[in-house]
Design a protein around this ligand. Structure first.
Ligand SMILES: NC(=O)c1ccc[n+]([C@@H]2O[C@H](COP(=O)([O-])OP(=O)(O)OC[C@H]3O[C@@H](n4cnc5c(N)ncnc54)[C@H](O)[C@@H]3O)[C@@H](O)[C@H]2O)c1
Ligand SMILES: [Zn+2]
Ligand SMILES: [Zn+2]
Length: 382
């Protein structure tokens, strides 16, 4: 079929919205008509060149990251099902999980679906079922899809392992957000940081991910949630979504957290800035107390390997520094769980969407993200 998509032909260029050809789903795949796609910062890392496979390594493994259809935060309705594919019906409503879950690998079978072995193939852009392509450019060239999804298109073909069925009463436009940002941020607080009631939590960077971490920390019963971001209106917004205090920078947060904890400092800190850099780790870890934990959720340049960190404090104050992918969540369990909380009015999703765009306005959407104008920008399809 013919449809349209926002393609990144190579890093350091804009998204190009073009007509494309989409093949029908093969075995183990679904054709889905999307309702919406969030504009997560992770797609931006391909534009800036931060999340780009090493060309030599890619060639050695026969992987081709570009051209790629972006987008990985989507929800929609199943239109067609590949042959011999069980578990789905036409008309089912699905949220895409940016990490697939095969259900059989060591990680999936031990309750760690966010580490599913299929994750290894996600930047190749190929279909997970047979490592080929369903999306093609006007000139016939194969198009990869971001993490096996490619939600910057009103229609896409994805593997069943990436689709989580949800109740039809849930608005798809909002459900899209739990496919990445909301689950990642909320789980950064509830799983990775393991926030307990009465704790003090610092969230560094309050965009789509950080604002969801603020909500997660508040829901877990944190006593203080300190939202840190240079953008003033986001700090105001955070106060309406569970933050108890705000600061414009980690430097400014240091004396504030010291004061509200009588010098003890925060139990947990979560790094959710746009781009993680090594110089942010020492200041984040200095916000946490003895035996406190720092969580790195923000994505760094793939080649970055230098970190500033006070190692004396790490051992003598028994601090922990941990990584976090998809909020350490289990998409098949946590996506429906979070949507239940949304439907009951407890998890705020409507408030997370600042601006909606058409697919043609995608570059404006990302410019607004860079300019600090959005908690989450969302592309809405017809
Ligand atoms: N680990 C995962 O599984 C996962 C999943 C999704 C996104 N991410 C990553 O999480 C990060 C955040 O994504 P997002 O969509 O929320 O981005 P965003 O651009 O919406 O938000 C980032 C926020 O950080 C703020 N910021 C920048 N530098 C700061 C600093 N030094 N101190 C305090 N605040 C600062 C910005 O003002 C902005 O509000 C990105 O790196 C993204 O790639 C990780
Ligand atoms: Zn994302
Ligand atoms: Zn798996």
């Amino acid at each position: 079929m013919k449809t349209r998509a926002a393609i990144l032909w190579e890093p350091h260029t804009e998204w190009s919205v073009e007509d494309i050809e989409l093949d029908p789903p093969k075995r183990g795949e679904l054709l889905v008509k999307l309702a919406a796609s969030g504009l997560c910062h992770s797609d931006e890392h391909m534009v800036t060149g931060d999340m780009v496979l090493d060309p030599e390594l890619a060639e050695a493994f026969g992987l081709k990251q570009f051209p790629v259809i972006g987008g990985h935060e989507g929800a929609g309705v199943v239109q067609e099902i590949g042959p011999d594919t069980v578990g789905f019906e036409v008309g089912d409503h699905v949220v895409f999980s940016f990490i697939p879950s095969c259900g059989r690998c060591p990680s999936c079978s031990t309750g760690q679906q966010h580490l599913c072995d299929l994750g290894a193939f996600l930047l190749s852009g190929m279909q997970l079922s047979d490592f080929s392509y369903r999306h093609h450019a006007k000139d016939g060239r194969d198009l990869g899809i971001m993490v096996g999804l490619g939600t910057f298109s009103p229609y896409t073909v994805v593997n069943v392992d990436s689709a989580v069925k949800i109740d039809k009463s849930i608005p798809l436009e909002k459900a899209a957000l739990v496919g990445c940002g909301v689950t990642t941020g909320w789980g950064s607080a509830t799983y990775a940081a393991d926030v307990q009631s009465g704790e003090t939590v610092a969230v560094v960077g309050i965009g789509g991910i950080g604002m969801s971490a603020v909500q997660g920390a508040a829901m877990a019963g944190a006593r203080h949630v300190v939202a840190i971001d240079p953008v003033a209106w986001k700090r105001e917004k955070a106060l309406t979504l569970g933050a108890t205090h705000t600061a414009a920078s980690m430097e400014e947060a240091q004396p504030l957290i010291s004061e509200i904890t009588q010098g003890a400092m925060a139990d947990k800190a979560i790094l959710a800035v746009g781009l993680a850099t090594g110089d942010l780790i020492a200041p984040m870890m200095s916000l946490v107390k003895k035996a406190g934990r720092g969580v790195v959720t923000a994505v760094a340049n793939m080649m970055a390997d230098e970190v500033k960190l006070n190692l004396f404090e790490m051992s003598m104050m028994r601090k922990e520094l941990v990584g976090c992918i998809f909020g350490n969540a289990n998409p098949r369990y946590d996506i429906p769980r979070l949507l239940n909380l949304y439907m009951e009015g407890r998890l705020k999703l409507d408030e997370m969407v600042t601006t909606t765009y058409t697919l043609d306005d995608i570059n404006q959407g990302y410019q607004d993200m860079r300019d600090g104008k959005n908690i989450r920008g969302v592309i809405v399809y017809d």
